[in-house]
Design a binder for this molecule. Structure first.
Ligand code: ATP
Length: 774
């Protein structure tokens, strides 16, 4: 569809007026969602109306319902909160309030509403829709409106977007704002970590989440906390003893810090609230720990949206407009969600019903049901937390395998460093320790292994990772065990010898395209080297996100957050001078993923990717576009212009050359500057998303290796790549992936699922030719 729109082939016949509003608690990315709805409405030939101050605007009408212009939402991608305001509106809860709202909508000619809010807001919207024909009838019968006035508005279309920091809505993996909020929490806890370490203190950190523990659980996972308290999984009576046992054990093995994350709605199995101060008292009195409480409060709603929320809000806003156009009087109101990597449409009321049933299950103390009603991802994260963060007696006794089932599992990093490599290694190592396996770190990749650096207990025990070795690796960027680009074909014989010498039973290779290649080489060499006939898995980690058999690689989210942050800063500078165009060069090799996704989420005027290359005509058109834009705005625009170029988009039209060409062609209307981001894109601390995904995927890899070792998987499938494909996590046989999904020459995946996002970005930034003309 985007392709058709870009080529001017798709013309929507129905011209609708679409109202867009934000309601309930604000969240980062709501403004980006409004931007997408407004711009996509224009692109699809509709008229967008902003409903200001949530349902209050609908009920009050007047100036609070205003047509929005294309330019009104400029720069909204990077804004926190919601720029059209939000409010809690008591009158909309009552029918008279909704009657006035219906009248205001009809008078404004609006018959479709896109609402971004939480479950309360979406419930209100669906009630409104269900009552609509009765409300219209009442407006006519009471003489407030005539039959003719109401005739075109017999049906109301409702589309829901979930904007909530709590991530409490069922049927979607993420809500707009949740990952930004998690980012704020991680920034705070990472900072607390330093002071906690210095004083050897304990910190009890309270985070938001009255009915949903997503933020607390994810924060616990991504900061390596010792203990979490969430409403869906309350601790059993006597939990104080268990908590003290775990914390004491962690101190006994050498930890200087204790971090406990508590959701504000945390309860025990008798539904009694568990408050941070009570936990603090337990820690101080029973364990003699110097303990402090930190309540993060509204900082969690603040700040700019992270990369993921900008992307989510944009793609969902676009989908919402399409859902409006697809709606019929008989279709249930849709809610736009996301499942793994796919934007989805789900029946709104079913999602709300499921969400409410979690709260009901908690109220009736049916906690198994409550946790079962959360998305499968939630349960997996809870498991991952227990495997990787709590070295408790429980885990030791319940999950430790009998000696004959224990494996020696090697972990190797291959290729350039990427955020999440260490987190994955930490998770794998801790899983192994809790299971009784031996986690073996191979230092400095395959060359390290061959140079006999990668010694296990053969030379020194220190290379068997222990619990404390990996303690703070969750928040560390780079590669603690060292990484190397070389693949095993440099010396297959020695590699096989080392596999044998160190008695590897299974291997996890973490890295980018080279890791993928390495696994292929080892697998193909199995006929000659029996040492390679063991279960092996590749966990993709590269900022370029170019690994076949997955749509997501660890580190790519971190890199995109770095780029987005950098571009925000540069845009500010460009805006200050008002006549400046920045051309920012990003990494990615022959994969345009970073350039396209960053372009989409910073609002780049043009994206130059290696897949499309750069044509002279494109440059001429863009120079022309820039000149006209600056002429039209006459320096009034408060926003700088930004163009993103992938480092390998063209050998001839380098970033520098393009900068000079555009300046030459500017006719004095603007200046250009270039900026090459370079290695900062590998990120400092990994983003929370990379941390949690690293943990979850590494635990999955360990399950997979165990299954292979114990004969659960077919033998020819015991060498695979783990990946996110569409809405699922899958393991793909390496040889099949090489044959069907890899472009080995260009070292990229053949599945460029994100390619059309470049066209979408262009559309949202520039509009269609007809729009520009008008
Ligand atoms: P958050 O997750 O941040 O709490 P929310 O959308 O659930 O967001 P609410 O305060 O529950 O926030 O709802 C926001 C507004 O939606 C309310 O002030 C009210 O105007 C409207 N609303 C909520 N529930 C209903 C309902 N059952 N009927 C009609 N309107 C409702």
């Amino acid at each position: 569809l985007i392709e058709e729109i870009s080529q001017g082939k798709s013309s929507e016949k129905r011209r609708k007026r679409i109202g867009v509003m934000t309601s309930g608690g604000d969240s980062q990315g709501m403004s980006a969602a409004v931007r997408a709805v407004v711009r996509m409405s224009y692109i699809r030939g509709c008229e967008p109306y902003g409903i200001y101050e949530g349902y209050e605007g609908l009920v009050q009408g007047g100036d609070l319902i205003k047509k929005m212009q294309w330019q009104d939402v400029r720069g909204w991608l990077s804004e926190g909160g919601t720029l059209i305001g939000t409010a809690r509106c008591a009158s909309f809860r009552e029918r008279p309030g909704r009657l006035t709202a219906a009248k205001n909508l009809i008078l404004a000619g609006i018959d479709a509403l896109v609402i971004c809010g939480g479950d309360g807001s979406l419930t209100g919207a669906d009630i409104f829709r269900a009552e609509w024909s009765g409300l219209v009838q009442e407006l006519i019968s009471t003489g407030q409106l005539t039959e003719e006035q109401c005739a075109p508005y017999r049906f109301l279309t409702i589309v829901g977007l979930v904007g909530s920091i709590d991530n409490d809505m069922a049927s979607t993996d993420a809500t707009i704002g949740a990952y930004s909020s998690l980012t704020r929490i991680c920034e705070a806890v990472d900072s607390i970590f330093a002071t906690a370490y210095s004083h050897s203190r304990a910190f009890v950190v309270e985070v938001m989440g009255r009915h949903c523990g997503w933020l607390a659980l994810m924060a616990g996972l991504s900061t390596g906390a010792d203990f979490v308290f969430i409403p869906e999984h309350p601790p059993q009576p006597g939990w104080e003893d268990n908590m003290c046992k775990v914390l004491a054990k962690h101190r006994q093995i050498g930890k200087r810090t204790t971090i406990i994350i508590v959701a504000e709605g945390a309860i025990d199995t008798n539904l009694q609230p568990i408050k941070p101060n009570y936990i603090k008292d337990i820690c101080s009195q029973r364990l003699n720990l110097d303990t402090r409480v930190t309540t993060l409060g509204h900082t969690q709603r603040g700040g700019v949206p992270c990369f993921f929320d900008r992307m989510l809000a944009t793609l969902q806003g676009v989908e919402a407009v399409q859902a409006v156009l697809d709606a019929t009087p008989d279709t249930p109101s849709p809610m736009i969600g996301i499942n793994e990597n796919r934007i989805s449409r789900k029946p709104l009321m079913e999602a709300v019903r499921l969400t409410h049933s979690v709260a009901k299950a908690i109220e009736s103390k049916d906690f198994d049901k409550a946790i079962g009603l959360r998305d499968p991802e939630f349960v997996e994260h809870l498991d991952a937390f227990r495997w990787t963060n709590a070295w408790s007696e429980d885990i030791e006794s319940d999950f430790k395998l009998p000696p004959e089932k224990r494996l020696r599992i090697a972990i190797i990093h291959v290729g350039a460093p990427a955020g999440g490599m260490n987190a994955a290694t930490r998770a794998a190592a801790r899983y192994c320790i809790n299971r009784g396996h031996t986690p073996l770190a191979v230092y400095n990749g395959f060359p390290g292994l061959c140079r006999h650096e990668a010694v296990s207990e053969a030379d020194s025990l220190s290379h068997v990772l222990d619990w404390m070795d990996v303690e703070d690796w969750i928040i560390r960027g780079g590669s603690e065990i060292g990484t190397n680009r070389a693949t095993p074909d440099m010396d297959l014989g020695t590699t096989a010898y080392m596999f044998q010498k160190h008695k590897f039973d299974a291997v996890m290779i973490v890295g980018g395209f080279e890791a993928f290649v390495a696994l292929g080489q080892l697998t193909k060499a199995r006929s000659s080297y029996p040492a390679f006939r063991i279960p092996m898995v590749c966990l993709p980690a590269t900022i370029s996100n170019n690994v076949p058999a997955t749509e997501y690689s660890l580190g790519s989210d971190t890199a995109l957050n770095v780029i987005v942050h950098y571009c925000d800063t540069i845009k500010q500078s460009a805006s200050a001078s008002r006549r400046r165009v920045f051309i920012v060069e990003v990494q990615g090799g022959r994969s345009g993923y970073l350039s396209v996704l960053s372009g989409l989420t910073v609002g780049a005027l043009a994206i130059y990717s290696p897949e499309e290359g750069i044509k002279l005509k494109t440059l001429a058109d863009d120079a022309d576009y820039l000149r006209k834009t600056f002429a039209r705005e006459k320096g009034e625009g408060r926003h700088g212009k930004l163009l993103i170029r992938n480092e390998m988009a063209s050998q001839t039209y380098t970033t520098e050359v393009i900068g000079k060409m555009y300046e030459e062609e500017s006719e004095g209307r603007y200046e250009t500057r270039t900026s090459v981001l370079g290695h900062v894109q590998q990120g400092g601390n990994p983003s929370p998303m990379d941390r949690v995904r690293a943990t979850r995927l590494a635990v999955r890899c360990m399950h997979f290796l165990e299954d292979c070792a114990y004969g659960v998987n077919k033998v020819d499938d015991n060498s695979t790549v783990i990946g996110v494909k569409g809405s699922a996590i899958v393991f793909t046989n390496i040889l099949e992936a090489e044959e069907k999904e890899a472009d080995m020459k260009n070292r990229i995946s053949r599945n460029n699922w994100w390619a059309e996002l470049k066209q979408l970005s262009d559309l949202l930034q520039r509009g269609t030719p007809e729009l520009i003309a008008s």
